[in-house]
Design a protein around this ligand. Structure first.
Ligand code: C2G
Length: 156
């Protein structure tokens, strides 16, 4: 007998897509038949006080292309979760443990699961390491490029 098709939803910014995001989406696919991902719009990220590098149109395309994802929708507000769960007939709401307890009110509508995050990687960490490059003195950067130029010529 065919078991009922389970549908799961998650929400997130998914900026600078990395292995932490991929692990989460893979985990969702192991928990349900249909995986729906609501990707935060740039406007909603402003509301979340979250600065992003990659614009929404690109972030949602990247998430949609992940083989574990069946459908993507925009996340435009904090309030949309309840109506999304009803509209898309969701069985499980899942999100990383960094949100532990924040969405327990959704238990009235579906199962709520908080998943382990992947250690050692986050969009914030990536942005911090990119920013640290800016602290390298111009002179040192110039020397580095000069060396690279020499190496390039040698390799030709
Ligand atoms: N994540 C993870 N491991 C990491 C980094 C992120 O499992 N190393 C998970 C987060 O826990 C989240 C998802 O990947 O479930 C997306 O992470 P973010 O883009 O940082 O999502 P966030 O900005 O927290 O948005 O309404 C909910 C919010 O929109 C969640």
């Amino acid at each position: 007998m065919k078991t009922e098709q389970k549908r799961i939803i998650t929400y997130g910014t998914f900026d600078m897509f990395h292995i932490g995001h991929l692990n989460l989406l893979k985990r969702l696919k192991s928990m349900a038949d249909t995986v729906i991902v609501a990707v935060s719009t740039d406007a909603f990220n402003l509301e979340k006080n979250k600065k992003t590098i990659i614009p929404f149109e690109q972030r949602i395309k990247i998430v949609k292309s992940v083989k574990y994802v069946d459908m993507v929708i925009p996340e435009e507000s904090w309030e949309q979760k309840t109506s999304d769960i009803k509209e898309y007939d969701i069985d499980i709401f899942a999100i990383g443990r960094d949100w532990e307890g924040k969405f327990d009110f959704l238990k009235d509508y579906c199962r709520v699961v908080y998943l382990e995050r992947t250690k050692g990687i986050s969009s914030t960490e990536i942005k911090k390491s990119l920013k640290s490059l800016l602290s390298i003195p111009q002179e040192d950067l110039r020397k580095a490029f000069d060396i690279l130029e020499i190496l390039r010529k040698d390799l030709q």
